[in-house]
Design a protein around this ligand. Structure first.
Ligand code: ADP
Ligand code: MG
Length: 316
């Protein structure tokens, strides 16, 4: 779908080099983003007149071919090309309708030590398996915001699957993100990298930790949500463009003050929730057991699966 976008923003009616520059400095770099904006929103973001914004939007809509209808069977055909990445637990895969879906964002949220990072490590390995083994035969990008990526752990998991750990590690591209701004900027490097190798999964562990720490207090909430929204959309676009899995982790909100509040609410609220296609809540059970609950999905029933985390990694 996205490959059909051949035009640059300079090619839009009324957009010269100066306006293109304004759009780019507002991080508006592709036609789809313009096509789905409203004139007032675009005018404000890029500091241009509303009439110019409206003109550009009309052009972008034509070029990006949005606003038209497709019949269900066409969408059905396209969805058939989506692939599923195994978690290495057949129960968890089943809960997810076969595994993590390409082109979508899967959010795994849960308390400390619920197994989010372990699962991300397992996915780094699994994505390198062949398609008939539940993998995608492709490489990993891992955005590490909490400094918890451990090659040793990847090696253990690779060995357990009969893979060569050093070969597996060579196909995992890890970047530390030092703050939320850096985390967002890294998307440019990720795009560059995706031109050199075939990325099957983009992992962000954790999606929200920096945002939560930096935008504390009620006054900062709107700003935080706006940034998170933009970031989520850049992730989604990357997943769509590269037909890869996007897996992000999220913490749960501690609510010491809220007696009636849901203590299992993920950070980022509606913004994250509406952009993630699959939301999975992880919690600890006895010993090495973990419980995953599918919380939100467009076409799968809610349900739970029990899996284990052992020395060998994730399994049933
Ligand atoms: P979080 O949800 O905070 O990211 P993690 O994914 O880091 O949590 O999970 C940490 C837990 O994973 C540990 O408490 C332990 O139960 C389990 N774990 C970590 N490493 C191993 C290992 N080598 N063997 C078995 N279990 C492990
Ligand atoms: Mg973690």
């Amino acid at each position: 779908m996205s490959e059909e976008i051949t035009k640059e923003i300079e090619d839009l009616p009324g957009v010269g080099p100066a306006t293109a520059e304004k759009l780019r400095s507002a991080s508006i770099t592709d036609l789809m983003e313009i096509a789905v904006s409203s004139p007032s929103e675009l005018a404000e973001l890029a500091d241009i007149s509303e009439s110019l914004a409206a003109k550009a939007i009309r052009g972008a809509r034509e070029a990006a071919d949005v606003g038209g209808f497709e019949t269900g069977d066409v969408i059905f055909q396209r969805r058939k090309s989506l692939k599923k990445l195994t978690t290495n637990s057949s129960k968890l895969d089943e809960l997810l309708g076969g595994g993590l879906e390409t082109g979508s964002i899967t959010e795994l949220y849960g308390a400390f030590a619920s197994g989010k990072t372990q699962l991300m490590h397992q996915l780094c390995v699994n994505v390198q398996l062949k398609e008939d083994e539940g993998g995608l035969g492709r490489e990993t990008v891992y955005i590490d915001t909490e400094n918890t990526f451990r090659p040793e752990r990847v090696s253990q998991m690779a060995l357990a699957l009969g893979m060569d750990p050093s070969e597996v590690l060579k196909r995992i591209h890890v970047a530390r993100a030092f703050n939320s701004n850096h985390q967002m900027l890294l998307m440019d490097s990720v795009s560059d990298l995706s031109k050199e190798c075939s990325i099957g999964i983009l992992i962000v562990d954790s999606l929200t930790a920096h945002f939560r720490a930096e935008y504390a207090g009620r006054g900062a909430l709107a700003n935080r949500q706006q940034k998170l929204n933009k970031y989520m959309h850049s992730l989604l676009r990357f997943g769509d463009l590269n037909s890869c899995v996007i897996a992000v982790t999220n913490q749960v909100q501690a609510q010491p003050d809220a007696f009636f509040g849901d203590p299992t609410r993920p950070i980022g609220g509606h913004i994250v929730g509406h952009t993630a296609t699959y939301r999975v809540y992880l919690r600890r059970s006895k010993g090495e057991h973990r419980i995953a609950r599918l919380v939100d999905s467009p076409c799968l029933p809610e349900g739970e699966a029990i899996f284990r985390i052992t020395q060998e990694g994730v399994g049933d």
